[in-house]
Design a protein around this ligand. Structure first.
Ligand code: TXA
Ligand code: MG
Length: 332
């Protein structure tokens, strides 16, 4: 835990949660905007603060797998298997909801999303609070997620009650979401825990993780438009990015560029970031990089297309959605 978060800060944050307040907290993936999952008024405040539609369900964060049965019913053995292997950690599991879970949390669905985060500040908060904390990513709806306390501040200013500053998030992109509420396990959102790791953990019974189908629970965070900067974002193949940047520059456009294979800017007048060339590092820096490039308020943001291999799947997913949702004042 960073020294900035003291035991007194945790006590204060718990007091705020008990009073129905909004407390942003670090997790190993991204910052979450927390509220007491059992307090309907507090949960409503989350939707208002984020500008998020009410049918978009929230993840309930708990300190320990022992609390699972309070929130979920008909828990299949596969859930215990994944919990043992990956919790605490960046995995969210969708299960049948228990009657205790409010419709506000589930968006009216008969399932609930549960996660046990590993970040020491999140763990300290959840342990001291004792109950479930709903925690969507701490960003305005459709926008780029927050991976530092400063980003959270940029999103919400003083409109939330407290931000616990646990430093920059290790993983940098949101948790992997696996649906275990229906007969066939499905991957609803890729993350740093890969589909292959989940399949290995599940063994022969879960051998191939299905893609979501019409029967799968909706995961609105998998909207085509999400994680979006305001600057129009174009994904460009590596061998074309140089030429395209020059052509935009000739038209007098201001250009931001995010590359991962080049180390030198191709022309001078670019706002240019060379991201780490490996997927974990790229994910770690992704949202901070998008925020920095967006803040330059260029006419266009060129992002070098990512490799097609499985290890890049999660960041490819986020960049693809960022491209689909960029350049609009509000996203769907
Ligand atoms: O890493 C993370 O998961 C972060 C940190 C803060 O824990 N949280 C996060 O929450 O990304 P959020 O609300 O931004 O994204 C949660 C996703 C949404 O796409 C939502 O639709 C989906 O989970 N979800 C929540 N409950 C669900 C349910 N019952 N069935 C299907 N999808 C669900
Ligand atoms: Mg989100």
């Amino acid at each position: 835990m960073r020294l900035e978060v003291t035991a007194e800060d945790i006590v204060r944050a718990v007091t705020l949660l008990r009073a129905g307040g909004l407390v942003a907290f670090p997790t190993e993936t991204v910052y979450g905007l927390g509220a007491d999952a059992s307090n309907a008024e507090a949960v409503k405040k989350i939707f208002a603060a984020k500008g998020r539609p009410h049918d978009h369900p929230l993840i309930v964060h708990i300190a320990d797998v022992a609390q699972l049965s309070h929130w979920a019913h008909d828990i299949p053995p596969a859930a215990q298997t994944l919990a043992r292997k990956f919790w605490p950690g960046p995995l969210t599991i969708i299960l049948k909801r228990a009657p205790a879970v409010s419709d506000l949390v589930t968006g009216g669905q008969d399932t609930v999303a549960i996660r046990v985060p590993s970040h020491p500040v999140a763990q300290a908060l959840l342990l001291a609070f004792g109950g479930g904390v709903v925690g969507p990513s701490a960003n305005r709806f459709g926008r780029v997620s927050a991976t530092t306390a400063e980003h959270v501040h940029q999103e919400f200013g003083d409109s939330i009650d407290c931000v616990l500053d646990g430093g920059a998030c290790d993983v940098g992109i949101e948790s992997t979401i696996v649906d275990l509420s229906s007969a066939k396990p499905a991957l609803l959102r890729p993350g740093c825990i890969t589909a292959a790791q989940i399949e290995t953990a599940l063994g022969p019974s879960g051998a191939s993780l299905a893609a979501p189908d019409a029967q799968s629970p909706r995961a609105p965070g998998t909207l085509a438009k999400h994680y979006a900067p305001r600057t129009p974002l174009m994904l460009v193949e590596s061998d074309l990015i140089d030429e395209l940047a020059r052509s935009f520059a000739r038209q007098g456009k201001r250009i931001a560029v995010l590359v991962h294979s080049a180390r030198q800017p191709m022309i001078e007048q670019l706002v240019w970031i060379a991201a780490p060339a490996a997927p974990a590092g790229y994910a770690h820096d992704l949202y901070a990089n998008l925020r920095r490039l967006d803040a330059a308020a260029c006419d266009v943001l060129l992002v070098e297309a990512l490799p097609l291999s499985a290890e890049w799947a999660a960041v490819r997913d986020r960049i693809g959605r960022a491209a689909a949702g960029s350049g609009t004042a509000e996203n769907g």
